[in-house]
Structures are given as structure tokens and as C-alpha cells.
Design a binder for this molecule. Structure first.
Ligand code: BTN
Length: 246
């Protein structure tokens, strides 16, 4: 990455700051992180808990040479990089809930919000916003979340230095992104399956207003989720919000 870092105290949303910087010409690999967000955004118009100094709230700007379809596959890279970092640096049993939530012991520890835009020259860019619950206590995570939440500190039983996690994650992200560019999504897919929290499990997927239930069979070569529905039909899903059902 470019080594162009912006460490900020309080922002609305690091994604908004990164989008603005991108429009002003910031280079590929620019990283924006903040101690606190006042309007942290999650997927599906939800809010993202962004209490001061507890979590990592960061956004990476990627200027990509890839066509839209391939570019959108880079959303999986951040989740994979974080799951691998938590696993190798902190020995935490981490997994990925498709498309890009990171879990530890089946509870959500991090979420990713990706937004794609083009600037005046029509060069495509992507901002990948990553929110990680790092030093939150169990009480702070007791709120009404759609998915059970946890933090790195809760799972490890001790607080950690956020800087340390951020550094190892960014190194890993850069490695995985380079591998994706060199070898394509096909090289990443087996690891996404290996880290998947839902493969072989019965899930319910919220797609817009529709709720689809079935067993998660795998992913297409493009990254869509393949479900075996109750009616015995195979169905590919491109985007949605997954919960496990018994
Ligand atoms: C989700 O799980 O719904 C995605 C959450 C993404 C949160 C991060 S925190 C940094 C970046 N800035 C935002 O406003 N959102 C993302």
C-alpha cells in the first residue's frame, strides 16, 4: 500500500472521508482511520457502534484496474485477511460469514462496508471500510444487534494494542490483494471456503425483502453463495445478510 495514512480523532464515517479524498486524487492504498465515528455506517443502512478508542475504524482506498465484476470480488479479500490475522497473530478461532463478516467463535467481531465509485476520469475506485470490535467489554456489546457480537479482548480475555492488530492486518491485506491481482479470485476461493462459518449449514438469507432458506453448498467461481433450497433447487445469491438456523 502507498503508505499514505490519515489517523484522525473524530469523523462522521471513515468511508466518507476516504471517498472525499479519492475524489481529490488520493493514491491507491490510502488508509483512513479514526479513534471515533459519529455516524459509523453498516451494511443495509444499519449503524455501526463506533465508541471512542475501543475499536478499529478504518477505510482502505483501492484504485483498481479490474472490471466491475472482478473489482467487487476484492470485498472478500479484506475478510479473508482479517480472519487469517486473528488466527495467526492471536490464535483466535476466526471464520467468515459470507459475504464479509468476520466472526470469532461464531460471534461477529468485525464488519466490512465496501463502496465503489468512479471519478471524473472514470477511473474506478473502491473504498473498503472495516470496523473491528477490539477492546470493547462484553457489556458494551450487549446492544440489540442482529447477530451476536463479541470483541477481540472478550475472546482473548485481555485487551490488546489496536495498533498491533491494524499493522498485522494491513500487511496481510496487502499480501492477499497482490495474490488476488496476480492469480485471480480462483486462488482465493478455496481459503474462503476453508474459513467459511456457514458451509454445509442451514441458513436464512435476507435479500432485500425476501428471506431465502436453505443449506449453504458453496460459492460460484465469482463469489456468489450457492444454496440448496428447501424445494431441492440450487440457487445462487449475489448479496444478502445471512443468519444460521438450526
Ligand atoms: C457491517 O457489518 O454492516 C459493516 C460495518 C462496517 C463498519 C466500518 S467502520 C469503518 C467504516 N466506516 C463506516 O462508516 N463503516 C465502516
Amino acid at each position: 500500500l502507498a503508505g499514505n495514512y490519515h489517523y484522525l480523532a473524530t469523523v462522521g464515517s471513515t468511508n466518507d472521508v476516504a471517498l472525499q479524498l479519492a475524489l481529490e486524487g488520493a493514491p491507491h492504498g490510502t488508509v483512513v482511520s479514526a479513534e471515533e465515528q459519529t455516524r459509523g455506517r453498516g451494511r443495509l443502512r444499519r449503524d455501526w457502534l463506533s465508541s471512542p478508542r475501543r475499536g478499529i475504524y478504518m477505510t482502505i482506498l483501492l484504485r483498481t484496474p479490474l472490471p466491475v465484476r472482478e473489482a467487487s470480488q476484492s470485498v472478500y479479500i479484506a475478510a479473508l485477511a482479517l480472519a487469517k490475522t486473528l488466527h495467526s497473530t492471536f490464535r483466535l478461532p476466526s471464520s467468515i460469514k459470507w459475504p464479509n463478516d468476520v466472526l470469532v467463535r461464531h460471534k461477529k467481531v468485525a464488519g466490512i462496508l465496501t463502496e465503489m465509485q468512479s471519478d471524473q476520469e472514470q477511473t474506478r475506485f473502491l473504498v473498503i471500510g472495516i470496523g473491528i470490535n477490539v477492546n470493547h467489554t462484553q457489556e458494551e456489546l450487549a446492544g440489540p444487534f442482529r447477530y451476536p457480537a463479541t470483541s477481540v479482548a472478550v475472546e482473548l480475555g485481555r485487551p490488546i494494542r489496536r495498533q498491533e492488530l491494524m499493522k498485522s492486518f494491513l500487511e496481510r491485506f496487502e499480501m492477499e490483494y497482490d495474490r488476488f491481482l496476480d492469480e485471480g479470485f480462483g486462488a482465493i476461493l478455496p481459503e474462503l471456503e476453508e474459513f467459511s462459518d456457514i458451509l454445509g449449514k442451514n441458513v436464512s438469507v435476507l435479500c432485500g425483502k425476501e428471506e431465502i432458506e436453505g443449506r449453504a453448498l458453496g460459492f460460484t467461481p465469482e463469489g456468489a453463495l450457492v444454496l440448496l433450497t428447501r424445494e431441492g433447487r440450487k440457487q445462487s445469491i449475489w448479496a444478502g445478510d445471512v443468519t444460521r438456523v438450526e
